[in-house]
Design a protein around this ligand. Sequence first.
Ligand code: ATP
Ligand code: MG
Length: 418
Amino acid sequence: MSAARPIRDVATELVRSLQRAGHEAFFVGGCVRDQLLGLEPAEYDIATDADPDRIQELFPGSHMVGASFGVVLVRRHGHTIEVATFRSEGAYSDHRRPDTVMFCDRSGDVRRRDFTINGIFHDPVAGTDYDQFDGRADLERGVLRAIGDPVERFEEDHLRMLRAVRFAARFGFEIEPDTAEAIRRQSGDLAGVSRERVGGEIRRMASEGDWRAAVELMRSLRLEPAVLGGASSSEGWMHCEHLEANAARDLDRHPAALVAWLLDRGDIGPEDVDTVRLDEVGDRLVSSNQERNAVRAIVDGLVRARGWSGMTVAAMKRLASGPHFSWATLLLEATDADLAGRIRTDVEELAASGLQPTPLIGGHSLIRAGMRPGPRFAELLDAIYDAQLEGRISTPEEALELAHAMTRGSDSAKKHDS
Ligand code: ATP
Ligand code: MG
């Protein structure tokens, strides 16, 4: 359902209602930052001094979010907007979530936020900003800086170290030296963060930011081992760089980005498929089955593509019609542009006669033709499909004829054996 009213107008209306009811209310976080950067904010968050009961009273039908105390979701005109009571956070003894949350004033709420660029409060009604930590100046200079003492901030929540990388790589920002140094010193602590949260950050980095920059930052800030395990044996960036230059930032590129990273680290060789290592990385990042399959298919495609010149037409077509083969070719191009180019040209040519045509016959046709179903059926159908892919047969009749010839051939071979 397409919403009739722009989300910004709807969010502004909520701020206005809160203010009319005597409260302070502001846009906060990503929406303020993105707007200042000239980007379209994806979501709007509002912070207010109204407590959750009051928010729900003012906006009937809204409800509290279970996980994050004090946050109310308000749905209006097809949009969902988060309205949160100003709050400060107590100690983070598990380094993931604050033990306690206390309602406080605006200034206390800013202090719990991670980076200056995420700590700007904007009043859309009055058109004024409340920018206690000079986030606007950092936005203009392109600097990512922790709010307050960076060492403490990363001690409270280790995930902020990866968030720093994600934002810096997304906006092409420098990480301010003290903030970077604090990350370097505590980088090992990232190992204590839940794998889901780490995996989620990596996924977002790969899809919304400069992947080459993200990987380079993770390496220079010594975060790489805690994310992927093992040790990097290489200093190159070829695959990540090539991916960044040639693939639009998109959720689809996440599996290819992972493969590029593993190749650049020297973590998986270009020639072999180390499935154990791939599974381990999948576990570490809590990848979905779909992601794991994509990663395996890309690595597998990459390995096979190196043998392209020696392949039969049928093998080429089978390989090229795989859903992830274009990613494999893209990554191959980083180190062997000639071969990748040849493959592209060949695939275009092969596509003219169909990379993945509908099979001329299936198992039922074989049964109708009097053959007995059995374990050899699949092999037989594969061989017939190969003949079709290679253009040796082009009608169901020819396919059946070939099936008969092949079964006769193997029957007579059997007779010879006995
Ligand atoms: P994005 O566009 O990636 O959603 P965002 O800034 O909106 O960026 P969110 O994760 O949606 O990020 O969080 C909203 C705001 O909450 C942030 O801008 C920041 O002020 C604060 N915040 C979120 N996560 C943390 C954290 N781990 N530590 C401190 N502050 C945080
Ligand atoms: Mg957000």
